[in-house]
Write a protein that binds this ligand. Structure first.
Ligand code: B12
Length: 224
């Protein structure tokens, strides 16, 4: 299994769409956890990004990589935009990609998983200015604000958003969670509560914050 997983990472890195598709199907047939498959493809994308940075790949290759990921998401049975009937509550999470940033693959996966786990989500899309996030949090009484960003310039926008919440006296009502190309240093700079570079971890955190009984729900792999 480990060998197939490594092959999948490499197939994404080399932008071999057919091979990626084949390996994903083999993985699913052998009972692999869809979240592991997503993680392998994400790692392959990271390598594509590295090659782009090294100027060995071009923007067209980044686009190709994102098309490959989107193809993978169509192969993995998805619950995107499908709410879990039993525990569908009001929108407790507002999520979006910050202003100036249009990367949305990871954000979309996170939204799909949250919905599948019974969390109400307002998906703001991409290139979302701080004031739109604030408005959505207020209108929905959201308990969690998820900010996604993959550009270095996104950190400043995340910080502005968090500071605006503070200035409006809303900061203590909402937990801010950042995701994408972020780490704990970024979290501190931004003034967020949590940092999640893995959607499964982020979703579990949300469930914990919202007191959704994690054990009463089907396993993530079963609902993806
Ligand atoms: C695909 C891609 C693109 C695609 C995006 C398509 C799309 N619809 O999203 C396209 C081609 C459009 C693109 C454009 C650009 N890109 Co780009 N791109 C990438 C690439 C290769 C992969 C990103 C990706 O989708 N990864 C897979 C997903 C699944 O991973 P993820 O986003 O991290 O999400 C996971 C977690 O973080 C988490 N998550 C994500 N969000 C959230 C939110 C919350 C709340 C939670 C809990 C969890 C969570 O869930 C996911 C699963 O676990 C990265 C390389 C890299 N290292 O990531 C470069 C990269 C991000 N891009 C980069 C650049 C420079 C650009 C461009 C400026 C290029 C250009 N010259 O035009 C533009 C910018 C456009 C813009 N204004 O945003 C740089 C950024 C450098 C920097 N530090 O600023 C990178 C790092 C490449 C590099 N090494 O140089 N890009």
């Amino acid at each position: 299994m480990a060998k197939t997983r490594m092959m999948l990472v490499t197939a994404v890195e080399t932008l071999d769409e057919e091979k990626v598709e084949r390996l994903v199907k083999i993985g699913l047939e052998r009972g692999a956890d869809p979240l592991d498959i997503i993680e392998d493809v994400r790692q392959g994308m990271e390598r594509v990004g590295y090659l782009y940075k090294q100027e060995k790949y071009y923007i067209a290759d980044l686009i190709m990589a994102s098309l490959i990921f989107q193809r993978v998401l169509t192969i993995i049975p998805s619950t995107h935009n499908k709410q879990n009937k039993d525990s569908c509550l009001k929108s407790q999470v507002v999520i979006g990609t910050v202003e100036g940033d249009i990367h949305d693959i990871g954000k979309n996966i996170t939204v799909g998983l949250l919905r599948a786990r019974g969390v109400g989500v307002v998906d703001m899309g991409v290139d979302v200015p701080p004031e739109s996030f604030i408005k959505a949090v207020q209108e929905n009484g959201a308990k969690i604000l998820g900010l996604s960003g993959l550009l270095t310039s996104s950190y400043e926008l995340m910080r502005t958003t968090t500071q605006s919440l503070k200035e409006l006296g809303l900061r203590s009502d909402v937990q801010v969670m950042i995701g994408g190309l972020v780490n704990n240093d970024v979290r501190e700079y931004v003034g967020a509560d949590y940092c999640a570079t893995d959607c499964a971890f982020g979703v579990k955190l949300c469930q914990r914050i919202l007191n959704i009984d994690v054990d009463s729900l089907p396993p993530l792999a079963g609902v993806l």
